[in-house]
Design a protein. Structure first.
Ligand code: G3P
Length: 183
């Protein structure tokens, strides 16, 4: 199982990379806003440090805006994966960006149907938010199991990126279920 680190903090990434366990990075606009540098510069530096997939999220809420921002983010570095939120606009944007060979991480996934649609439009990664589901008394890990099963049934290439993890047990359970990545 691959391990990504959910931060935009260069010092934290520099601290972890020498351990040889960091396969990629996930960021979001809030994480990038906490850093002093311009977000594009921070993303570029992260890509240079990690040389694995680095998720960078759009802030637009309409499909055209997501596609425009997605193309700009993808131009920063070949390692960028454009993160789009699940929804009608996100599904449309994912399909368009994926056809342009831009890697897309469909995030804020809370159900197996959402994960199925993300895979159908060519998402490279799908991010079920396990901690947020646990917060509302719904099993986040049960969702991960369902998504892994569905993707296996149809041999979808989309990788299951377990996000919003809150404890080491989430990571152990994700590994036992055969999830591709934890962040
Ligand atoms: O990138 C999304 C991730 O940071 C969400 O995690 O802990 O805020 O649910 P959390």
């Amino acid at each position: 199982m691959k391990l990504f680190v959910d931060t935009a903090n260069i010092a934290a990434i520099e601290d972890l990379v020498p351990l040889g366990i960091v396969d990629g990075v996930t960021t979001n606009p809030s994480l990038l806003a906490k850093e002093d540098e311009d977000p594009s510069e921070t993303l570029k530096r992260i890509c240079e440090l990690v040389r694995g997939p680095v998720s960078a999220e759009v802030i637009a809420t309409d499909a055209e805006g997501m596609i425009r921002e997605g193309r700009q983010l993808a131009a920063i570095d070949e390692h960028i994966a454009v993160k789009v939120p699940f929804g009608r606009a996100g599904v449309r944007a994912c399909g368009t960006l994926a056809r342009e060979n831009i890697r897309v991480n469909v995030t804020l996934v809370f159900s197996p149907t959402q994960a199925l649609l993300a895979a159908k439009v060519g998402a490279t990664f799908v991010s079920p938010f396990v901690g947020r589901l646990d917060d509302i008394a719904t099993s986040g890990m049960e969702l991960v199991g369902q998504v892994v099963e569905i993707y296996d049934n149809y041999e979808f290439a989309t990788e299951v990126l377990v996000a919003s993890t809150r404890s080491p047990m989430h990571i152990v359970e994700a590994a036992r279920m055969g999830a591709d990545i934890c962040t």
